[in-house]
Design a protein around this ligand. Structure first.
Ligand SMILES: *Cc1c(COP(=O)(O)O)cnc(C)c1O
Length: 403
């Protein structure tokens, strides 16, 4: 993997410097198309969950594919509007936010999802006519295995499916316009059958509200981070899910819109993170590669124990050796332990795979470091879509006081 759309990654690093995020628009487009084509339903709407990667140029790209946008903060909504999305194509699916933030979203005209009773009552009394979507937690455990459970009892998200009578009471007494039912549990969709069973539970909620015209099944699509990783077979899932969904619509004699909100699936494998080796350090037990980055730029390995494949693209044909790849932050920030890399020398460029989702968007200024630049490769050309930060970015919000 040394080129993206015919452009050399090493040339990009020479041009823009390291550390650097690079994104491949063609990969995003093929992910989007593959996703959409997997389903066979009359009306499908895919809202890209932009918290995965929220650069405005990336949002524009998804708009050009025909996607809508799923936002979890009013700031993400504003980025979406800047990127040109119509408010009606934006879903607002936040968790535990204030009334003021909901008020702001209502003014912007986006689609509102509610995930607790307090807000349901607030909306009922303040905005009775405004269409809303209600987020349900199905609390379904399958086989007692946390890995395949869809929505667990301790989750903070959504309104429990067991509280359906209370939802109905509030909705009916305020005469609320419930346009959608939503479920996103964040669980991995590996076994279509289990997810479909949870979906059927959700459909029993839909039956309670005549006004509903869309059903949003969130996301949970899993991608492979390394060889032999389990990932969602989107074609199989799409086929089985569509059959179930179409049957449901036929039985109700009503054509519901089917919504999904994938983030990771759309962008994960379209991103690369490039870092430079500053130091190769042999200790008694380990050979470390110390790179010019750390948990401030890519926190998933430290935060989630996530695995990101790492390659030495400066020496692709070198001898394989075992390294631990670590960052420059002054606490343990290990990217990978005991990795087989082709021999790493000082100043070599290492490339992290699957750096599109939840990498830049989770980056920080920890240790008062600058966040990296972002480059998009689109139609065979490279575009700087975010500048590397500078010292002024660290100081701009700090009024100087006399002490
Ligand atoms: C995070 C999130 C998603 C996207 O999840 P992925 O695993 O990235 O696909 C979708 N919907 C909601 C409400 C979310 O919070």
């Amino acid at each position: 993997m040394l080129e993206i759309q015919g452009l050399s990654i090493l040339d990009m690093v020479s041009k823009y410097g390291a550390p650097l995020y690079i994104y491949d628009s063609s990969k995003m487009e093929s992910n989007y198309k593959q996703f959409v084509n997997a389903f066979d339903v009359p009306s499908l709407k895919v809202h890209y969950a932009c918290k995965a990667l929220s650069n405005i140029s990336i949002l524009k790209l998804f708009k050009s594919f025909g996607a809508g946008l799923d936002c979890v903060s009013s700031q993400e909504i504003r980025l979406g509007l800047l990127a040109g999305f119509d408010p009606k194509d934006i879903l607002f699916t936040p968790n535990n936010i204030s009334e003021a933030e909901y008020d702001f979203a209502v003014k912007l005209g986006v689609n509102i999802t509610i995930d607790n009773f307090e807000m349901l009552e607030y909306f009922g009394s303040t905005y009775p006519g405004i269409p809303v979507c209600i987020r349900i937690n199905p609390h379904m455990m399958a086989g007692g295995n946390r890995k395949i459970s869809v929505g667990h009892i301790g989750s903070k998200f959504g309104i429990s499916i067991h509280q359906l009578p209370l939802i109905e009471r509030i909705v009916n007494s305020f005469k609320m316009n419930v346009k959608g039912i939503h479920v996103h549990t964040g669980s991995d969709i590996l076994d279509s059958e289990i997810f479909i069973r949870a979906a059927q539970l959700i459909l029993s909620v839909v039956d309670k509200f005549e006004t509903v015209d869309f059903i949003d099944f969130g996301s949970g699509f899993k991608v492979a981070y390394k060889e032999n990783d389990l990932s969602t077979d989107i074609n199989e899932f799409g086929k089985e899910f569509s059959e179930m969904f179409n049957k449901y619509c036929v039985a109700r004699d009503k054509q519901y819109d089917l919504h999904f909100e994938p983030g990771k699936y759309m962008v994960s494998d379209a991103g690369y993170f490039l870092v430079k080796s500053n130091v190769v350090k042999q200790t008694t037990a380990t050979t470390f590669v110390g790179v010019d980055s750390g948990m401030n730029h890519l926190i998933r390995p430290m935060f989630y124990d996530a695995y990101h494949e790492i390659k030495n693209i400066s020496n692709p044909d070198g001898k394989k050796k075992i390294y631990s790849v670590v960052g420059y932050i002054c606490e343990s920030d290990t990217f990978g332990v005991d990795r087989q890399l082709t021999e790493v020398r000082k100043d070599d460029i290492l490339c992290f795979s699957n750096a599109g989702a939840y990498c830049y968007s989770m980056s920080s200024n920890y240790n008062s470091r600058y966040r990296p630049a972002e480059v998009l490769i689109h139609d065979g050309k490279d575009y700087l879509i975010r500048e590397r930060e500078k010292f002024e970015d660290l100081t701009r919000n700090q009024p100087s006081i006399e002490i």
